[in-house]
Write a protein that binds this ligand. Structure first.
Ligand SMILES: CC(=O)SCCNC(=O)CCNC(=O)[C@H](O)C(C)(C)COP(=O)(O)OP(=O)(O)OC[C@H]1O[C@@H](n2cnc3c(N)ncnc32)[C@H](O)[C@@H]1OP(=O)(O)O
Ligand SMILES: O=C(O)CCC(=O)C(=O)O
Ligand SMILES: [Zn+2]
Length: 375
């Protein structure tokens, strides 16, 4: 199965990611993150609004001047004061948003759709006059009436934006719904489409992938998926999702840098890489149960849809536990230079299982058992 060719990652670790509970990146850390993402090859890096704090504004200017290959975006309200700050601090692109759903229109900003469009016209014109790439997003798109969404996107396209954005701000959308809504919008505009999906109900990666299949060109991600509440689609998650369907789509990225990127940001946040993180979790390529290890030893593709070597990772096979099988035991014996008959390997596996029922095991204990067959 091949996937659409137009694919751009908008990494928003330095904006959405800064909204994560334990994030407070220093200027040095912000720059380090931007440089790692640039080396990886993301096409866009989104930074916190320069209106957010004086240091955020200074860091936007520093990173925008750095000469990175990635385009430096800032995420701002659809507001002239914010737009002026974006221009003054050298942002190459502005990701504008306005909440359009009924619940958010009421409590977030109180504007009608007509008022939103009037403000958008002024801000978009100003930014385009200053050569800034503009994206306009309807915050909370999936609780916004589809007719309202289409009306707004058509209007802002006429105003000159390069891209429109759909955001599942509260993580409520289902993959099928994302596919349908993005397809409907795709049919109404010719500009690029960005998608931003939250993970409140566990669908961030699935929804972002469905948006891509339906015609979204720009996919929002953060390192480890950090963001407000429990975050958005992770960079590793999207790479895994796409690579397992169509590896050609992601060959242009420095995939081997992913483990280092995730590890560095996790350390900055004071957290571990989550056990279920695609690609970079310590156990992402770890095989344990006997039926799995037998097959993986014969052909890793049996239980691996991704090749760990692509990401600078190595597979590991666990044998110090009671779910072990004789094939894995025989393989470990071979590594130690001991040749076991099938009967011996089965007997050794049975011994390991019995011991594993009694207490925790480690590699040294298993090797000791195997050496006893060499005597
Ligand atoms: C779903 C998301 O993640 S959206 C991105 C969220 N990002 C941020 O909030 C960035 C960090 N935020 C901040 O530093 C501050 O909220 C600021 C600087 C942006 C604004 O701070 P304040 O002026 O103190 O306002 P406050 O945050 O309390 O309220 C938001 C204001 O923005 C207005 N507003 C909200 N959304 C928008 C929008 N999309 N476009 C224009 N104005 C908006 C609200 O009406 C309110 O204006 P008011 O002061 O006239 O009532
Ligand atoms: O600007 C956007 O498209 C996304 C903003 C955001 O973080 C959200 O809606 O969750
Ligand atoms: Zn968000």
């Amino acid at each position: 199965m091949s996937l659409p060719e137009r694919l751009f990652f908008v990494d928003t670790t330095l904006r959405e990611g800064e909204q994560f509970a334990s994030a407070r990146f220093t200027s040095t850390q912000r720059l380090a993150i931007a440089e790692m993402l640039d080396a990886f090859g993301v096409e866009y890096i989104e930074l916190t609004s320069p209106a957010a704090s004086p240091q955020s504004a200074r860091d936007l200017a520093t990173i925008a001047r750095r000469g990175l290959r990635a385009r430096i975006l800032t995420h701002i309200r659809c507001h002239m004061a914010d737009a002026r700050l974006a221009v003054e601090h050298g942002a190459q692109g502005a990701n504008l948003l306005f909440a359009t759903s009924e619940p958010l229109r009421t409590v977030s900003h109180g504007r009608s759709l007509d008022e939103i469009l009037a403000e958008a016209q002024q801000v978009i014109t100003y930014l385009r006059d200053h050569d800034v790439e503009v994206r306009f997003s309807c915050e909370d798109s999936f609780r916004t009436d589809l007719a309202d969404l289409i009306r707004i996107y058509r209007a802002v396209e006429t105003m000159g934006v390069q891209r429109i954005g759909l955001a599942d701000t509260v993580g409520i959308a289902t993959p099928r719904q994302v596919y349908e809504v993005v397809s409907a919008v795709r049919a109404e505009v010719t500009c690029d489409i960005e998608f931003h999906g939250h993970n409140d109900s566990g669908c961030a990666v699935a929804n972002t992938f469905c948006a891509y299949e339906a015609g979204a060109t720009h996919l929002d991600v953060t390192v480890l998926g950090i963001g407000e509440r429990n975050g958005i689609a992770s960079l590793s998650g999207m790479i895994a999702r796409i690579a397992s369907v169509d590896p050609d789509r992601v060959r242009r990225y420095r995939l081997d840098l992913l483990p280092k990127i995730d590890e560095t940001v996790a350390t900055m946040l004071g957290i571990e890489i989550p056990f279920n993180q695609c690609i970079t979790s310590p156990t992402a390529f770890h095989h344990k149960a006997g039926m799995h290890t037998k097959a993986v030893l014969a052909d890793p593709r049996s239980y691996e849809v991704l090749d760990p070597n692509l990401f600078g990772r190595q597979r590991t096979i666990a044998i110090a536990h009671r779910l072990v099988g004789w094939h894995a035991v025989a393989e470990r014996a071979r590594e130690l230079g001991i040749t076991l008959s099938e009967a011996q390997a089965r007997a050794a596996a049975a011994r390991i299982k019995a011991l594993g029922d009694e207490h925790d095991l480690d590699g040294a204990m298993i090797d000791e058992i195997l050496y006893s067959y060499a005597e």
